[in-house]
Ligand binder design. Structure first.
Ligand code: SF4
Length: 149
């Protein structure tokens, strides 16, 4: 595994534009949720912004600034997965960022809070192979999800 610092840019759903980033930053510090990918590695947050609201115009521009600031990977915040409804554009956005900027995208940041897990399970929101793959880094175990409620 490379010892290079992992430099991370985070996009959040504009629905949560007033979010102070507490859960994302906590999980980054603790290497939980999607950030467990970087256990034992040094990380640096080099960008944090919103998509600027549907249909997500800032996805077209902000990755360039993140890349200029050293980003080696982009994360889509867990809020994009747990809103009611979740962002319908996640898959397109990640393919766009990879193609246009050559940056890998990881879907998710902090563990899914249990309260969202319960409702989305009832709604069967994620009952498809694509959504199962999209939530795979942040589904975690019940105890961890409760800790992020
Ligand atoms: S649903 Fe998607 S495009 Fe709309 S505000 Fe949220 S992240 Fe942006």
């Amino acid at each position: 595994m490379s010892n290079e610092i992992v430099r991370i840019g985070i996009f959040i759903c504009n629905r949560y534009h007033t979010c102070a980033g507490g859960k994302c930053l906590r999980s980054l510090r603790n290497r939980e949720g999607a950030f467990s990918l970087y256990k034992g590695r040094e990380v640096e947050l080099v960008g944090y912004t919103t998509c600027d609201g549907c249909p997500g115009g800032n996805i077209e521009y902000a990755p360039a600034e993140m890349k200029k600031n050293g980003a080696t990977v982009i994360h889509f915040a867990t809020g994009m997965l747990v809103g009611y409804p979740p962002c319908p554009r996640i898959d397109y956005f990640r393919r766009y960022i990879d193609s246009a900027f050559g940056l890998p995208v990881v879907v998710g940041t902090h563990p899914i809070p249990e309260k969202y897990w319960t409702i989305h399970s009832a709604l069967k929101t994620w009952d498809s192979p694509m959504w199962q793959e999209l939530i795979s880094h942040v589904s975690c175990d019940p105890e961890t999800r409760l800790a992020y409620n």
